[in-house]
Design a protein around this ligand. Structure first.
Ligand code: FAD
Ligand code: NAP
Length: 548
């Protein structure tokens, strides 16, 4: 590690932020606005995070753009025009770049720079951050805005290095784009990324083989150009709409809170309700049809079966339809996909669904994909195989203290946090939307803003009280982890083998990572913790800054 004991002033900061996505950028803006000296590091060659990396065909948000956008500046939300109901990846990236320029954020982001280690000096109370360029900087506080879905994962298939064609991962897509025209293409993975890209690749490719291990539920997005009237109506009371959204479990507004169980209505009424939601498009709307779809299996069965019936109605080959109809998890317990023409794609003559659950992929050969019983000749392979979610980015950084504690060891059995914001034993280190936070189960920009605002409030409190160190107490952390698990156990979520439990990464401990008690409840809890003098945290002054 480079010597960081005597760094020049330009390498010393109040806060180092890791990541230049939506979270990192807002953290710079908010913390700089408090007069703090901030430096952010971003591994990519541009800002934008998710929306910088995931450039695959069809990538777009699955939360409506009037919601999936920053709320911190009313001028910004008033002036930005979203051309469609759901923004495309290029449009969202353009928006993030606009924000970076409008608020002059770029000057504090060092691009093309990956943080390799972060070490807390228990004596001085500073973090030393070392980058892949071998440079060291020091900061009193460190904010990990490194993303939950930012560590792309290609399964460890035998023979992948010998493939003669080209292969791609959805989360590392080439900036120049990929033209699949006339090619024999294979897509491995049918999560949200696969579901978005498959209809588009199918239209370009000569043939498309989709290798599906687990069928996922997908609903029609019903994307459309933005209706000017709708936009004006929304913008006329934007702040009030945001406030109302933040009072809901998913931080998404516009849907009346359901009050009835799915089992309290007749089969006919239920069918009509689901049909209306199917026509309206959107996942939250559908899951809001009744108040118990995510907690009562019998209720959920009615919604799951409705969608399975839709699949059977769309896909003409009954065998293919049955393979596409999910039967291993209740709807909504994995990220519910939104699509445009996904199931219809399987009616095309050039598209073949390959069931790799019954006949797993054995290896990648120089000419394609080989399962246990068949070989598929391919010119290109797309891995839509997801991410080492929620803990991957932090585990790739060597986070430790001079007392010898390492985050990797601490999280060996699964991540432990207090409120998803801090980890006992690692003072002055904050995480944005990490494990134990509701982030990934919400409109994520709302959670990002809430987390960053809470951190800003916390740093303001420390400063006002002549303090500079905050650490989660082990008891508070244990209590929060138990609460996160108890809440999850009261729902149907643990029934699914999802990235929420790390099931997509062989060997990853099976622990339910997000907080599913709702954004509204979480925000109230964070506010109460702060109002009670940062209950569950130990606040102090570093020895090195004690008055003589
Ligand atoms: P990210 O955008 O992941 O940014 C983290 C950044 O940190 C990355 O750029 C990464 O390069 C950088 N980084 C990581 N480690 C290091 C390191 N060691 N050193 C330096 N830099 C590092 N959420 C929704 O709410 N609605 C949606 O519709 C939605 N759609 C999505 C679509 C896709 C394809 C994906 C993958 C995710 C989607 N999400 C969606 C979740 C999305 O990740 C968040 O909404 C949001 O973009 C997260 O922002 P972030 O800044 O926290 O993390
Ligand atoms: P994902 O949901 O984790 O899906 C990965 C897919 O790859 C799954 O179908 C998985 O099958 C399959 N897979 C993994 N390893 C495999 C193997 N060895 N053999 C065969 N199949 C394998 O990843 P994602 O689609 O990239 O989405 C991740 C998250 O990003 C989403 O849940 C969502 O939060 C976000 N996202 C959102 C959007 C959007 O619509 N806005 C778009 C993309 C991503 P198994 O299920 O069997 O493991």
């Amino acid at each position: 590690m480079p010597d960081a004991s005597n760094l020049p002033a330009e390498r010393q900061f109040d806060v180092v932020v890791v990541g230049g996505g939506l979270a990192g950028l807002y953290a710079i803006h908010r913390l700089r606005g408090m007069g703090l000296k901030v430096r952010a590091y971003e591994a990519g060659s541009g800002v934008g995070g998710t929306w910088f990396w995931n450039r695959y065909p069809g990538a777009r948000c699955d939360v409506e753009s009037l919601e999936y956008s920053y709320s911190f500046s009313d001028e910004l939300q008033q002036e930005w025009k979203w051309p469609e109901r759901y923004g495309t990846q290029p449009e969202i990236l353009r928006y993030i770049e606009h924000v970076a320029d409008r608020f002059d954020l770029r000057r504090d982001v060092e691009l093309n720079t990956r943080v390799k280690s972060a070490v807390f000096d228990k004596q001085s109370g500073d973090w030393t951050i070392v980058t892949d360029k071998g440079e060291a900087v020091r900061a009193r506080y460190c904010v990990m805005a490194a993303g939950n879905l930012s560590t792309p994962r290609v399964p460890d298939f035998k023979g992948i290095g010998d493939f003669r064609g080209k292969w791609y991962h959805s989360g590392l897509w080439p900036h120049e784009g990929v033209d699949f025209t006339g090619l024999r293409v294979g897509v491995i993975g049918t999560g949200s990324s696969g579901v978005q890209m498959i209809p588009i690749i199918a239209r370009q490719a000569k043939t498309l083989h989709v290798f599906q291990r687990t069928a996922n539920f997908s609903l029609p997005a019903r994307n459309a150009p933005m209706e000017p009237e709708r936009e004006s109506r929304h913008k006329a009371d934007y702040p009030a709409r945001r406030r109302a959204a933040y009072d809901t479990p998913f931080a998404i507004g516009g849907y009346p809170k359901p009050t009835q169980s799915a089992l309290a209505t007749s089969a006919g009424d239920r069918e009509a309700a689901y049909e209306a939601k199917w026509r309206e498009g959107g996942s939250i709307s559908f899951l809001y049809a009744y108040n118990d779809l995510l907690v009562n299996k019998q209720s959920n069965d009615t919604a799951s079966e409705f969608v399975r019936e839709k699949i059977r109605g769309i896909v003409t080959d009954p065998k293919v339809a049955e393979l596409l109809a999910p039967d291993d998890h209740p709807i909504g317990t994995k990220r519910l996909c939104l699509d445009t023409g996904y199931y219809e794609t399987y009616n095309r003559d050039n598209v073949t669904l390959v069931d790799v659950r019954s006949d797993p992929i054995a290896e990648i050969t120089p000419s394609g994909v080989k399962t246990g019983s068949a070989a598929y000749e391919l010119d290109a392979i797309v891995f839509a195989t997801g991410f080492d979610a929620m803990t991957g980015a932090l585990r790739e950084i060597d986070i430790r203290t001079t007392a010898g504690d390492t985050l990797a060891e601490k999280w060996e059995g699964g991540p432990l946090t207090y409120l998803g914001l801090m980890v006992a034993g690692f003072p002055n280190l904050f995480a944005i939307t990490g494990p134990g936070s509701p982030g990934v189960k919400t409109q994520m920009i709302a959670s990002i803003e809430q987390h960053v605002d809470w951190i800003a409030g916390c740093l303001g409190h420390l400063r006002a009280n002549g303090l500079d160190r905050i650490e989660a107490s082990p008891t508070a952390e244990t209590g929060w982890v138990a609460h996160v698990n108890a809440v999850a156990d009261g729902t149907l979520y643990p029934l699914a083998n999802s990235w929420y439990v790390g099931a997509n990464i062989p060997g990853k401990p099976r622990v339910f990572m997000p907080y599913v008690g709702g954004f509204d409840a979480y925000k109230r809890r964070c506010d109460a913790v702060a109002a009670n003098g940062y209950e569950g945290f130990v606040l102090s002054r570093s020895a090195a800054t004690q008055p003589a």
